[in-house]
Write a new protein. Sequence first.
Length: 322
Amino acid sequence: MGSSATNWSGYVAAPIEALAAASPEYEVYVPRPNSPDLVLYRGRRVAVKPDDIGLLRSRGIERVYLMERDLPAFQRQLRDEMLAPGADVEPVQRAAAALFLARSSLQDAFASPKCEKLITASKALAEDITEHLADESLRVPELLGLVEHDYQTYTHACNVSVYSLLLARRLGIVEKVELEEIAAGGLLHDLGKRKVPAKLLNKHGPLTEEEWAVVCRHPGDGYRELVGRPDISWGMLMMVYQHHERADGSGYPAAILSDEIHPWARICAVADVFDALTSERPYRRPLPIREVCRTLRKQSESWFDPDIVDCLCAEMEEAPCV
Ligand SMILES: [Fe+2]
Ligand SMILES: [Fe+2]
């Protein structure tokens, strides 16, 4: 599973699957073995060949690094060559390119003090994500190698969006409009966390009762930001408001029971916890998939929808790398 535990300042990580560009206008770096440094892998205009991906993977490398100043050239190439209609690329490469672009746009949108920018960006990104990731042949374990696991706000939003989308697809939702709304709901589900101080979100130790009360306000705050907007459907709103509700009534903010939780919010709840457990946190490493699935299955007796947990974990446990 990819991790961005090591961050090189001035560089941006990209999954190796996003590297199908023939003749890059940017330099590509990889981590030097047994060293904290990056080393140049391909200079400008030196072609990256299809074999390179396999070679890098055989060396245990899942991420390549680009200089921040080269980011616009990389993004342009992803858009123009990998995501162009009719481009001859594998679904996993298309997904990698779409995810990389979505994450960059979302990072900009989250950095904006205006909530409106984030809402507008999320709607547009959800269409892109749905177009390039709702592909039947894309497997969740493949996706796991493409997403970042650093639990930054925009990374988490992006991951919850794609996990929710793939789960919805597996659970039989096929309408494009609904899938786009679910992807957008995933991107926006923690909108209310913009009001929670970062020191609380990143706190190492347990939260005090007062601090916990502040964190627990985020579903309601997100709901209030979005309610009444004609471009936000009821299902999207419920993903924002109910993603911390639990089937036995032990969740928040309203402590409702399973029947009252919107099906999309149930999907979002599983995607949310799955991303939290598979991500690097200040106080722990990402948990192994097997352990994550064991935890989710155990909790599905009282907290989650067992069909949704089963849908996610059955596919994960089939994967050879688990
Ligand atoms: Fe949340
Ligand atoms: Fe979340």
